[in-house]
Design a protein around this ligand. Structure first.
Ligand code: GLY
Length: 569
């Protein structure tokens, strides 16, 4: 039975007031931004993908079956970031407490090289790493989903991918937010493609219009029928390589056949008695999150207050230090030695805060000689699944920019990522955010570009307590951080923790950005007086999270900043 807290409260009040033993029958929603369920829960960026996840759970699938179904469904119903042409990270916690991570991040094609986006004078060629066929890393999603499913799935792969095929061929109603996304990107689709793509039509999209993708349905059928070979060789691989030839791309049949997703150990650390688990490199997200938590733990955040000058100052200073470390040390662990243990050492994290002054901001320029972080788009998507057995999946996946490079593989119907831009295209070159990149994240054939994706799982007293994640590029780990401290330090419920305003500091630029109206003017003035620079902006992140309540009920929250959807049963 699904329960909604507001309606339960209303029902209780009604009963008390009427002093009657008759229990009114209150129709309770199964889907919305905030839902409580007894059995399974799926929270994702689109109502269709959440529905498909629940359908798989009800059919006897476990959280991984549902997650794989959701991932493929998002490739159809949320092409802004859902994909088979991109990649991501999926964190799994089995009901018995074992954890696992699959890294299905894209890889640079073998013909990639460090200066591939530079002209003869060594200057960065504008748009080549974002708006061209050369922007695409070798997609990882299909291999990742096949591998995680073959390790953990209960149902057949055919059963979990079929709903996405049906969705692509029958079509689905676009949300109002999606209609705006499609209209805003119309010119990009027209510019980047020679043939008509499903995302473009003659009249503007509006919420409720049907989007059908027959080419994508055919590609998904090949994956259903031939597994890896349905994507990394045969017809689909040939179509990808033809698409590359059309636009001077460098991805080859060999790059595709050699792609492999990797199982890695997640990173974890304790914070005020809670165990926080997240993605390890090549995502920097988990390390940043755990470093910030380690740096702020000695301080009594609750006493400092919520969104006060003191608490925002403390968190922003810890964020600066964590991002500076990321820039210096993080890259693909298969290519770069990463001092993970040292970076998460409690003594080290406390010593990083020795220069922290409660009454003044430390200028970012004086914090580190390290190299700076790479550019990242903020369009990514996260989904969370918890099944009735207590297995949990938190997965974040992306094409990088909204709709990736906007290039649709001709006749295969899916978008290519522009993830190559997550590499440092030139050491020392400021990107669109004024940031520069590091050697650890330089381009090399077969290497994975650094990410900020931060799927997380939190345990309380050894049991599953919270799972979730967010899109948002470099703001992902700081968004996740705020959800965690909102729950752990400020005692908020999961809906409040997700919906309340956010802010962000990433070391460089030396700036606290905050969601419009999220900080009081007196707090902004107070922060400026101690040396911070602040700038308001539109929304930060879109968290999709599940909290476990007493009695194993699940509270799913889809961020009200988007058309996100929690669905339970
Ligand atoms: N492309 C965004 C990220 O991987 O963090």
């Amino acid at each position: 039975m699904i329960r909604n807290p507001a309606l339960i409260l209303a029902a209780v009040c009604l009963l008390t007031a009427c002093n009657t033993t008759t229990i009114p029958v209150v129709p309770l929603p199964v889907e919305g931004h905030s839902i409580i369920s007894d059995s399974g829960m799926v929270v994702s960026a689109h109502p269709e993908s959440s529905r498909i996840g629940i359908k798989i759970l009800k059919k006897g699938g476990n959280a991984v079956d549902a997650a794989v179904a959701v991932e493929f469904a998002l490739a159809v119903c949320y092409p802004e970031a859902g994909n088979i042409g991109g990649g991501g990270f999926m964190l799994v916690r089995e009901a018995d407490g074992r954890t696992d991570l699959i890294d299905y991040r894209e890889k640079a094609p073998q013909n990639s090289f460090e200066t591939m986006y530079l002209d003869a004078d060594g200057n960065v060629r504008n748009g080549l790493s974002t708006d061209s066929h050369m922007a695409s890393g070798v997609p990882g999603t299909v291999d990742g989903m096949l591998n995680i499913h073959s390790k953990y799935g209960n149902l057949s792969f055919r059963e979990v991918i079929q709903p996405a095929i049906d969705l692509a061929s029958n079509g689905f109603p676009v949300t109002s937010g999606q209609a705006a996304d499609l209209n805003n990107n119309r010119e990009r689709f027209l510019k980047m493609n020679d043939t008509k793509v499903a995302f473009v039509r003659d009249v503007p999209w509006k919420g409720g219009d049907t989007l059908r993708q027959p080419d994508l349905a055919k590609t998904l059928e090949l994956i259903r029928d031939y597994g890896r070979d349905g994507f990394y060789s045969g017809r689909t691989a040939k179509l990808i390589v033809s698409e590359m030839e059309r636009g001077n791309g460098i991805m080859t049949l060999n790059d595709l056949s050699e792609y492999n997703s990797v199982f890695r150990d997640p990173v974890s650390a304790w914070y005020r008695g809670y165990r926080v688990i997240s993605a390890s490199p090549p995502s920097g997200g988990g390390i940043i999150l755990l470093q910030i938590l380690g740096m702020i733990e000695p301080y009594d955040l609750k006493k400092l207050g919520f969104h006060t000058v003191s608490s925002v100052h403390l968190i922003a200073e810890a964020e600066k230090r964590a991002f500076a470390d990321r820039a210096e040390y993080l890259g693909d662990p298969d290519f770069t030695g990463i001092p993970l243990k040292e970076m998460l050492d409690t003594g080290y994290l406390h010593s990083r805060m020795s220069s922290f002054r409660p009454g003044s901001a430390t200028p970012s320029s004086s914090l580190s000689h390290g190299l700076l972080i790479p550019a990242e788009s903020e369009e990514t998507t996260h989904y969370t699944v918890v099944d009735s057995y207590g297995n949990a999946v938190a997965a974040t996946t992306t094409l990088n920019n909204t709709f990736g490079s906007a290039i649709v593989v001709d006749s295969a119907g899916f978008l290519l990522n522009n993830q190559m831009d997550d590499f440092s295209v030139k050491p020392g070159f400021p990107n669109m955010y004024g940031l520069i990149g590091s050697e650890a994240n330089s381009i090399k054939g077969g290497k994975r570009m650094l990410s900020s994706m931060t799927p997380f799982i939190v345990e309380k007293d050894g049991a599953l307590f919270l799972a979730g994640g967010s899109p948002g590029g470099s703001t992902i780990p700081t968004t996740v951080l705020q959800v965690l401290i909102n729950v752990i330090d400020y005692g908020m419920n999961i809906r409040q923790a997700v919906d309340t305003g956010r802010f962000h500091h990433q070391w460089l630029p030396d700036m606290i950005t905050y969601e419009n109206n999220s900080l009081d003017q007196s707090v902004i003035t107070g922060l400026e007086e101690i040396g911070h620079h602040l700038q308001s902006r539109s929304s930060i992140g879109r968290v999709n999270a599940v909290m476990i309540l007493p009695g194993s009920r699940k509270w799913g929250v889809g961020d009200s900043r988007g058309n996100n959807s929690a669905r339970g049963y």
